[in-house]
Ligand binder design. Structure first.
Ligand SMILES: Cc1cc2nc3c(=O)[nH]c(=O)nc-3n(C[C@H](O)[C@H](O)[C@H](O)COP(=O)(O)OP(=O)(O)OC[C@H]3O[C@@H](n4cnc5c(N)ncnc54)[C@H](O)[C@@H]3O)c2cc1C
Ligand SMILES: O=C(O)CCC(=O)C(=O)O
Length: 322
């Protein structure tokens, strides 16, 4: 969407093996709470988050908000012991970040300190459907197809933007990309209005428009997409310890997704060559736990790289004419 908005004269198609509701992004809680990755400078991670926050703020503050599934959500991040950093890098991007008061902490007898703030959240299938609708309105074609090799696309397209998530492990053989399996529960508990995140981010309660997401797990290098019933019980118990009213939650659905994890997002231009032919590629995958938190910022950077590819194509064709 960002590419087509930046270069409206381009003809664009989306080719994907799965669309919503069957992607990793559909499993996500969709909270805007960044994770720090070691391979990208903090000021860049902050810029990506800020751009994403600004973008979703505007949608959440517009008539589109309900259909887009985006909304403001306030709550608490609580800690059993004082965290290393007093304030995370994103504390001045979210709204009203402040230490929790002693009175607020009474809700969490097992925790000694915490932070209160307001952030944004995407309800994932509705947000993805809304993005699809905007793409279609711009004339973008959607094709359901598994791509085994990027060269398959060479005869039809000048530039390929690789947003394959964990699929990039196989598609481009990226050994630095690994899954971090996440199991979550989506439950009906409309009385839960505030988010609660246990400081290490393993246990969380994220209320959305249609359901509350209860998490979770972070299982490095596990490729299994099958829900584990013991894990379901463990997640439920951990969340009930934070929010006892969840004992009465209904309609519990279990979801599993593989976070496409890497030391840094691969946001890079590459020119593939084969027998004299060239294929221009922009990679934009490896968002790990931050696909929603960073998506607009990284998309803007990817669109900028597409602009460089367009300039390179013009350069190749003018040289070919000499
Ligand atoms: C349990 C869980 C909770 C999460 N919660 C949050 C959260 O609250 N906030 C947050 O910011 N992030 C969260 N995340 C992380 C977030 O879900 C990911 O970072 C994000 O979904 C990655 O998006 P993506 O578009 O790169 O990948 P995907 O959503 O997996 O999309 C990749 C697309 O590429 C297609 N594809 C892949 N390979 C091929 C191929 N060979 N040929 C054709 N198509 C292909 C797929 O079919 C799919 O359409 C969570 C993740 C999990 C698992
Ligand atoms: O970590 C969080 O609190 C948000 C959820 C998330 O990003 C995840 O489970 O990967």
């Amino acid at each position: 969407l960002c590419v087509v908005e930046t270069f409206p004269a381009c003809s664009l198609a989306v080719v994907a093996e799965q669309f919503t509701p069957d992607t990793t992004s559909d499993v996500a809680a969709g909270m805007l709470i960044p994770h720090t990755t070691p391979g990208t400078p903090i000021h860049v991670q902050k810029q990506w988050f800020k751009e994403t926050f600004t973008y979703l703020f505007a949608i959440s503050n517009s008539v589109e908000a309900a259909e887009a599934g985006t909304h403001f959500v306030s709550g608490w991040q609580v800690f059993k012991s004082t965290p290393k950093e007093e304030s995370p890098f994103w504390s001045d991007v979210v709204l009203g970040f402040r230490p929790m008061s002693e009175a607020e902490l009474q809700k969490f007898p097992q925790h000694s300190c915490g932070q209160a703030f307001t952030t944004l959240k995407c309800d994932c299938p509705p947000y993805l459907l809304w993005l699809e609708k905007r793409l279609k309105a711009k004339g973008v074609q959607m094709y359901t197809r598994k791509v085994a090799n990027l060269w398959e696309l060479h005869s039809e397209y000048n530039i390929v933007v690789n947003c394959a998530g964990i699929g990039a492990h196989q598609l481009v053989g990226d050994q630095k990309l690994f899954p971090v399996r996440g199991q979550v529960l989506k439950v009906h508990a409309p009385w839960v209005k505030n988010f609660i995140r246990d400081g290490d981010g393993l246990t969380y309660i994220y209320p959305g428009i249609h359901s509350v997401t209860l998490g979770g797990t972070r299982e490095k290098e596990s490729w299994s997409l099958s829900p584990n019933p013991n894990t379901t019980k463990d997640i439920f118990d951990r969340c009930c310890a934070l929010e006892p009213s969840l004992q009465r939650a209904q309609d519990i659905k279990v979801k599993v997704g593989l976070r496409p994890s890497r030391a840094c997002v691969r946001l890079q231009r590459e020119i593939l060559s084969q027998g004299g032919a060239k294929l221009l590629v922009v990679h934009n995958y490896g968002h790990g736990s931050g696909g929603f938190s960073m998506h607009r910022g990284t998309a803007k950077e990817a669109a900028h790289l597409v602009g460089e590819c367009i300039a390179a194509l013009q350069d190749f064709s003018s040289r070919a004419k000499l």
